[in-house]
Design a protein around this ligand. Structure first.
Ligand code: SF4
Ligand code: SF4
Length: 305
């Protein structure tokens, strides 16, 4: 089978399994991106996410992640749901089931179906877990551009997508990277309440509400108290203001729809939430990643502003 036919077959199965967009790149070293990552780390923008400092060589070259890797197949999965934000605010991506579990299973099924169609091959599934520069691969494979808010944006679709990759020893025909459509817009930089995007195309995680409410295990520094704008888990401000997100469409994936408990939770329910109730209600939710203690810590922080 020639490389172009192989690409078409791989993509058609990915779409059948729920991927919104699928793009392909040659597995090679990411030279320009490596330089940017090095500078970002030197500035300490990763905050306490020290795992970003580890496996640098692997992170910039997928051939070090999997022996014999020839191709990186990137897929976007839509998670957009249209319901307005309630208080306390939760990022759209965490409204449904934990995407790690759902997407790992989906990508495993995709690999199985590919094998049935084309025979055996080596494939490594990446859903947040592996040291891989997922935005760089999405961009290279023509799925979108990395906007000034550092999210991957697809023209005519927006940025409410989970990014996943399968690194493989298959040799499929690559796609071409597309242009950057941010132009002179600075809406995300202007709207960020903490100044985390002051340098366009660069996120200072230290200052990002998403980092402060999910990744940071210590107390949130006082200086941010008046800037949280009601966000308890994550923050979507720089995506909400992005003009390309006017094109977002509701996800067809039922696992990412707003969960019933979240839909009905009022501020008084959050205030009265116990650890045992949290564990039952949010058993399948991405919120459990912040743990009950993290959710309560954030809730207290934003409500005492
Ligand atoms: S997620 Fe929120 S805090 Fe982080 S960069 Fe975007 S607007 Fe700023
Ligand atoms: S808000 Fe404007 S500058 Fe920011 S990512 Fe979207 S298009 Fe680019």
């Amino acid at each position: 089978m020639d490389a172009r036919t192989l690409s078409t077959k791989l993509k058609s199965i990915a779409y059948r399994m729920g991927a919104s967009h699928c793009g392909i790149s040659n597995a090679e070293q990411l030279s320009a991106e490596a330089l940017r990552l090095e500078q970002w780390l030197k500035k300490g923008h990763q905050g306490s996410m020290h795992y970003m400092e580890r496996n640098f060589d692997v992170r910039i070259d997928p051939r070090k992640l999997m022996d014999g890797a020839k191709t990186v197949i990137s897929m976007l999965f839509n998670y957009y749901t249209p319901e307005p934000y309630a208080y306390p605010k939760i990022s759209r991506y965490a409204r449904g089931d934990d995407y790690h579990e759902y997407l790992r299973q989906t990508l495993s099924k995709i690999v199985e179906l590919w094998k049935l169609e084309i025979g055996n091959f080596q494939g490594r599934i990446c859903v947040d877990s592996a040291p891989i520069m997922e935005k760089a691969w999405a961009q290279r494979s023509g799925l979108g551009w990395m906007g000034k808010n550092t999210n991957i944006i697809r023209k005519g679709y927006g940025s409410y997508f989970f990014l996943t990759e399968i690194v493989t020893d298959l040799l499929a025909a690559p796609d071409a990277a597309g242009p950057d459509f941010c132009g002179s817009c600075t809406a995300c930089i202007d709207a960020c309440p903490t100044g985390a995007l002051d340098e366009a195309y660069t996120l200072d995680a230290h200052k990002c509400i998403s980092y402060l409410t999910i990744e940071l295990r210590d107390s949130i520094p006082k200086e941010f108290q008046s800037k949280m704008e009601g966000w308890m888990f994550g923050c979507d401000i720089c995506q909400e203001v992005c003009p390309w997100n006017r094109f977002s469409k509701t996800t067809p994936i039922s696992a990412f729809q707003m969960s019933e408990p979240l839909l009905n939770m009022k501020i008084e329910d959050w205030m009265a939430l116990t650890e045992s109730t949290f564990k039952v209600i949010f058993k399948k939710s991405a919120l459990k990643r912040a743990k009950y203690s993290g959710i309560i810590k954030n809730l207290k922080f934003i409500s005492s502003a």
